[in-house]
Design a protein around this ligand. Structure first.
Ligand code: AQP
Length: 285
């Protein structure tokens, strides 16, 4: 299958990007015809400093390589090196009803978080549709937050095919590839981990920074001896991503019975994160 996905160079990549996207990128490059790109046109909606954008673009590519994306297996590229993407975005935008973009929650969220409501941010799903349709992608590995945008891509492709296809399909309809278990990785404040919320733990943070950020993860004030809630606990959700099945079972049992403090889980989580990325960190250096 033709697999395609991108990541914005809007800051250092975090463990939400890793579990939501990068880990699937690495897995899927083995058996498929994979294309992964650094979405620097997209990042222009939030990064306006040329030097910074260049540095982030380089950094995202280095991060992808250090984690195991292999140019022998996958095609790795920078979005703006294919300017036809912008050309196609315009063609697609002419068949995109305003209502499809107006209902996208990601735009509303970002404006609520303080990004200025510019057309590029609003029309972002059309550029994303161009990214995907240009390469005839079958499968797009993304996090849950991108599900709605993928639906817009399919709607645009269908409409374009109807208007211009003359009975044939101009564009292939892509399927999202979203893993339920890691659909939304929470940040240290409990919201979706996101570069623009200042709540991330970055893949290549130094060990001291990882320990410090993990300490900031918001928990409730249940005392050590009391049983704890397993639902909606960001600390446990993050721990589940890094620990072995045995360790998860142990922690969950002690949550139910009481007798475990959040401090202990934080220490174990921080060490597990540091260990998970130790080898890629060395490769990156
Ligand atoms: N918290 C998350 N949980 C699961 N998946 C996530 N992704 C991002 N955050 C999480 C997935 O990572 C891929 C690349 O995302 P992106 O950097 O292109 O844009 P984004 O989704 O907007 O990520 P951020 O961190 O929230 O960036 P900013 O703050 O710049 O907008 C996508 O597949 C995404 O689903």
């Amino acid at each position: 299958m033709r697999v395609l996905s991108g990541i914005q160079p809007s800051g250092a990549l975090h463990i939400g990007n890793y579990f939501g996207a990068l880990r699937q990128f690495i897995e899927l490059q083995r058996e498929n015809d994979a294309y992964y790109f650094v979405a620097n046109y997209h990042a222009l909606t939030s990064v306006r400093d040329a030097e910074r954008l260049r540095a982030y673009t380089f950094d995202v590519m280095v991060t992808m390589l250090s984690l195991g994306l292999d140019p022998e297996r996958a095609t790795l590229f920078v979005q703006s090196d294919v300017p036809e993407t912008a050309e196609l975005a315009w063609l697609l935008t002419t068949v995109t009803p305003m209502g499809w973009l107006e209902k996208c929650v990601s735009y509303k969220d970002k404006v609520e978080q303080g990004l200025s409501p510019e057309h590029g941010l609003f029309a972002y799903p059309v550029l994303q549709a161009a990214d995907i349709l240009l390469y005839d992608a079958d499968l797009v590995p993304v996090g849950q937050d991108q599900k709605q945008h993928l639906e817009v891509t399919r709607d645009i492709a269908e409409r374009f095919n109807r208007v211009y296809g003359g009975g044939e399909d101009v564009f292939r309809l892509p399927e999202p590839h979203i893993l339920k278990s890691v659909s939304v990785v929470p940040g240290v404040d409990g919201r979706k981990m996101s570069k623009s919320y200042n709540n991330t733990i970055d893949i290549f943070d130094e060990p001291a920074a990882i320990r410090k950020k993990v300490k900031r993860i918001v928990t409730d004030s249940t005392p050590v001896e009391a049983p704890k809630d397993l639902e909606g606990d960001s600390l446990l959700a993050l721990y589940r991503l890094f620990a072995t099945a045995e360790d998860i079972a142990e922690i969950e049992r002690r949550y139910r019975e009481g007798g475990i403090g959040y401090g202990e889980v934080k220490t174990r989580l921080a060490e597990a994160i540091i260990e998970r990325f130790a080898e890629p960190r060395e490769r990156r250096a």
